[in-house]
Design a protein around this ligand. Structure first.
Ligand code: ATP
Ligand code: MG
Length: 466
């Protein structure tokens, strides 16, 4: 018997879909979810990391089933896709395998065959989990739950994620610049928290939803609660019951709603708009912001009591510029993602190009790097990316090694001659500032935060020239 399994059935033909769903309900003890189109299927996959099996028709409208399989696997690498397709189409079989499908069933279906395939999938899933030691986190090639990071700050972050996930309670506040991976971390925490991971991960972007809509989105409402409420709606708080509520951009939540949220966090109870009936819930809130929330509290733009409720476990994400050793690994991951299916795949970046990437300060962090790699995969038609292929802003950068700011010991015959090395470093720093200011000594002194007379004196004494 196929049990303890969550299956998602995607079939555009309503009748076929109902038949499949009913078949699984009758013949297995699996939980069965269903969708008729790829966008809703992807939404379900995003919110339910525990889906083990995706059974999809390849001929879906809008985007094809192939595209759905590809996206589903990249979201959830342990999900097993089964493709439903006309029998004997070899080309389609190859394409579906390339997209990530593991098994095929011919149309019209033989239900016995489907059950066989699903059983095989279950075996496959078991093996997969044994291989992963039931800890997707430990899969090295995918990073930690898909989060890439070999650097010490990222390894520290993974340890924090593991310890907060070993506990089912305690709200978490993720702070980090834009694009550092806050949403990825929130999902990882949910996925690794054993009981909660069996329920929903519900993301709510407090900045993207208009203020007055946010309240009804969160709390839901009764029929007739306000003009236009033609039927009752379940809010996202209820959807997140027993699971995790991800409140993104929490710094943008308006004060009135902050007060209402505080009550929910304190009492784990709320009333939908227009209802007097209280609903009890059990949620863990993972909040995220790229703002300095403590500063907002000091400025009285964020409630202090809510801040302390949310900040039970503070987690900060390091900016990419502080962990440049992760850049090659991230580039490798993004190349894998965006090279797929391209005839002229990019195989590598030259070491000079990689140095430029490391010298850049990445204000948009990993998202900016991801966009760069994606753009190169679309526009660059050679297997190697050299400095010339990078946008102009990278070409102007000097890597620390190249500008000579960091000299190796060998230059000093293996000695760490403090005086000689610091003088050398100073000289290079001064020359660098002079170069940047076109030898305008007043400007260079400003840049170096040094008195102009001191700079002039050093230039003269050390005989520094253009
Ligand atoms: N360490 C990482 N490894 C792999 N991919 C990453 C990593 N960090 C971020 N990403 C990717 O970068 C993109 C941005 O990440 P995410 O949305 O989690 O950032 P964020 O901190 O929530 O940003 P924002 O504050 O702008 O909402 C996503 O596509 C994500 O998959
Ligand atoms: Mg985000």
């Amino acid at each position: 018997m196929v049990d303890n399994l969550t299956i998602l059935v995607v079939e555009q033909d309503e009748i076929q879909k109902s038949r499949l769903v009913n078949f699984f309900k009758k013949n297995t003890r699996a939980s069965v979810l269903h969708a008729v189109e790829p966008s809703s299927a992807l939404e379900i996959i995003n919110n339910n990391r525990y889906i083990e099996l995706l059974i999809t028709d390849l001929f879906l409208p809008a985007k094809s089933g192939l595209d759905l399989i590809q996206k589903a696997v990249s979201k959830n690498p342990t999900l097993v896709p089964i493709a439903l397709m006309p029998p004997g189409d070899r080309r389609l079989i190859v394409e579906s395998l390339q997209a990530g499908a593991r098994f095929h069933v011919g149309i019209p279906y033989d239900y016995k065959e489907i059950l066989e395939v699903v059983k095989n999938c279950l075996e496959y899933q078991k093996l997969l989990h044994m291989g992963l030691n039931r800890k997707p986190a430990l899969r090295k090639s995918d990073g930690f739950c898909g989060i890439i990071g070999e650097s010490p700050p990222m390894q520290g972050l993974f340890k924090t994620i593991e310890s907060v996930s070993s506990c089912e309670h305690g709200n978490i506040l993720l702070q980090g610049e834009s694009g550092t991976g806050k949403e990825l971390v929130a999902r990882a925490i949910h996925d690794l928290t054993s009981e909660r991971s069996r329920h929903n991960f519900v993301p709510v972007n407090c900045a993207a939803i208009p203020e007055d809509l946010l309240e009804s989105e969160l709390f839901g409402y009764e029929k007739g609660a306000f003009t236009g409420a033609n039927r009752a709606k379940i809010g996202r708080l209820k959807h997140a019951d027993k699971g995790s509520l991800f409140l993104d951009e929490i710094g943008d939540m308006r004060p009135g709603l902050q007060a209402k949220l505080l009550r929910v966090l304190q009492e784990q109870v709320f009333e939908p708009i227009g209802s007097v009936k209280s609903i009890k819930i059990d949620i863990r809130v993972i909040a995220a912001t790229n703002k300095d929330l403590e500063k907002l509290v000091k400025e009285e733009n964020f409630r202090e009591d809510l801040f302390y409720r949310l900040n039970v476990v503070p987690v900060s994400l390091p900016p990419l510029r502080d962990r440049t050793e992760d850049i090659p690994h991230l580039v490798e991951k993004f190349l894998l993602m965006y090279n797929r299916g391209r005839p002229h795949a990019i195989r590598e970046f030259t070491s000079e190009a990689m140095q430029k990437l490391k010298a850049y300060d990445w204000p948009g962090n990993v998202r900016e790097l991801q966009n760069l790699v994606q753009r190169l995969c679309i526009l660059h038609n050679k297997p190697t990316v050299d400095v010339d292929a990078l946008p102009e802003k990278f070409k102007k950068l000097d890597s620390p090694e190249k500008s000579g700011l960091l000299q190796t010991e060998s230059h000093y015959n293996g000695h760490l001659d403090f005086h000689a090395m610091t003088v050398d470093f100073e000289n290079r720093l001064i020359l660098h500032a002079l170069f940047k200011t076109n030898w305008n000594k007043k400007e260079a002194a400003k840049l170096l935060k040094m008195k102009r007379t001191t700079l002039l004196e050093k230039i003269k004494r050390r005989n520094l020239r253009q």
